[in-house]
Design a binder for this molecule. Structure first.
Ligand SMILES: [Zn+2]
Length: 77
């Protein structure tokens, strides 16, 4: 797809690191699949994946962990 930020570059499949902060907890997901703009570097995460991240972050936060760094993995991959 075309980048919505610079309206110039095309996006390529890649990966990114996502940091979520919730009620004092910081959860970092590494190697999250994303579309990366070849021009400006803007990263786009698909809705499905963003939802999955939020769900996982909720679970992690409930367990009382303050900082958690993990590899992203889709259960249905
Ligand atoms: Zn761009």
């Amino acid at each position: 797809m075309q980048c919505m930020i610079c309206k110039h570059g095309a996006t390529q499949k890649g990966s990114t690191t996502v940091t979520l902060e919730k009620d004092g907890a910081t959860i970092v997901f590494k190697h999250v699949p994303a579309l990366v703009c070849e021009n400006c570097g803007e990263k786009y995460i698909e809705d499905e994946i963003a939802k999955e991240l939020l769900k996982k972050a909720n679970e992690i936060q409930k367990s009382g962990v303050e900082v958690d760094i993990r590899e992203y993995q889709l259960d249905a991959a």
